[in-house]
Design a protein around this ligand. Structure first.
Ligand code: NDP
Length: 401
């Protein structure tokens, strides 16, 4: 029952595996499989040194369904925790259906050759998962993930209905590099260079990337410029809370990050169209990823805090109220605990929590689900216990922007 297979051995995976190793009564047998065996070995060694726990490792190309099926059949896990890239989601879900295995991920499917992400591809698997009595939990990271749980929690405990939802993601960490991304560079740059999109007047409102800017005074951090963006949880939250009239996602960026992005875009380095170089087809963005710092290596040099949360306005007993729920996470404390920076930490811990709730059958229902479709209370309790405590404050008035 508590036999799990983690796919992907990057920054997020390292945190999830460390956190699972701290709970040997829940996660009795952990196998870590990824494309580069050396990265699995590194995590295996660290976990052994820190907690004296043995995890199994395997080499796996999860783009290959047969290879994944073979590995699953060999170890018979209860659950696959997919912490590879969004490109692998559908193939891993196929392998789960073939082998009768439950599924969890932190990012929705994205085709490699098109910078577009949406849930429809994965939601379409719901009937197949239901028919087999299997569960897939989508987006169990921070955003998506904890922000969805915060929304469900605000509705359950503070409001009768939600009118407007703003998700505010601030990373005030400083890693000392002129330019680096805090999670997979390819996925990060595809995301931030996409058009902005938010929900208003019963429709998606589309605008240019990184142009709508406001300053916000973040708790324990201070004022930062944040930019309107599209983020995947807006799609599921608007669907599952149909009363929402306005839903937006904001992320902070420093001037240096934005300047680098602008230059890289202008010279074509963020393109995902292959070009021919010396007789070889290369994708500029994939080449760029290879020369940028590995986000997993930022841990020991990042200082500062993150603050990610939701500001939600709605009705309570006929009166308007606004509630801000957020988590503050300190990069250096995360590194001290598990050897990773806060972005990997804030994603890896909720992945462990989602897996724990499925294993303990607290969140357990055949079909394909987003986290806001379950009772938020057990997830909120576990966030408090496992390193991501949240605070909720009532604001005097709704956001003015
Ligand atoms: P990394 O790039 O650090 O790690 C990805 C890992 O997946 C690498 O070990 C990589 O292997 C492996 N991988 C890639 N392709 C394959 C494949 N075909 N078969 C097997 N393994 C493969 O990424 P992160 O850890 O930063 O991010 C992991 C996931 O978490 C991403 O999907 C990201 O979008 C998501 N995420 C979600 C967030 C949230 O809050 N919900 C926030 C941040 C990230 P190799 O080393 O060989 O390249």
């Amino acid at each position: 029952m508590s036999n799990v297979l983690v796919i992907g051995a990057g920054g997020v995976s390292s945190v999830t595996v460390h956190k699972m190793a701290m709970l040997p009564n829940v996660f009795k047998n952990i196998t870590l499989a990824s494309r580069t065996l050396k990265k699995c070995q590194d995590i295996q060694t660290k976990v052994k040194e820190k907690y004296n726990i043995n995890i199994n490792i395997a080499k796996l190309d999860a783009d290959n369904i047969n290879e994944t099926v073979k590995l699953i059949n060999k170890i018979s896990p209860f659950l696959i925790i997919n912490l590879a890239l969004p490109y692998q989601d559908l193939n891993i879900m196929e392998a789960c259906l073939i082998t009768n295995t439950h599924y969890l991920d932190t990012a929705n499917y994205e085709p490699k050759d098109e910078a577009k992400f949406e849930y429809s591809w994965q939601w379409d698997y719901s009937k197949k998962f239901q028919e087999k009595g299997l569960m897939a939990l989508l987006g169990s990271g921070f955003d998506p993930g904890v922000t969805n749980v915060y929304t469900a929690h605000t509705k359950k405990h503070f409001l009768n209905s939600i009118h407007s939802l703003d998700i505010l993601d601030c990373n005030a960490g400083d890693h000392g590099h002129p330019f680096a991304t805090n999670f997979n560079p390819e996925i990060n740059i595809r995301e931030v260079t996409s058009e902005s999109k938010h929900w208003e007047n019963n429709n998606w409102q589309v605008g240019p990337a990184l142009t709508n800017k406001v300053s916000f005074d973040f708790p324990e951090i201070g004022p930062k410029n944040m930019y309107l963006m599209y983020h995947e949880e807006l799609e599921s939250l608007v669907k599952h809370f149909p009363e929402i009239k306005k839903a937006r996602f904001w992320m902070t960026f420093g001037d240096s990050y934005l300047k680098h992005i602008e230059v890289l875009q202008n010279i074509g380095m963020t393109s995902i169209k292959p070009i021919n170089y010396n007789g070889m087809d290369i994708v500029p963005l994939q080449f760029l990823k290879q020369v940028l710092p590995d986000p997993g290596s930022l841990g020991n040099r990042t200082k500062g805090k993150t603050c990610i949360g939701t500001i939600i306005t709605g009705q309570k007993n006929g009166k308007e109220e606004t509630h801000y729920t957020y988590n503050i996470c300190d990069h250096e404390q995360c590194y001290e605990e598990v050897g990773s920076q806060a972005i990997s930490y804030t994603t890896g811990v909720p992945a462990m929590i989602g897996a724990m709730l499925m294993i303990q059958k607290i969140w357990y229902k055949p079909g394909v689900w987003n986290v806001e479709q379950f009772d938020p209370d057990p997830f909120m309790d576990l966030l408090n216990k496992h390193g991501l405590p949240s605070q909720t404050i009532q604001l005097d008035k709704k956001l003015s922007f």
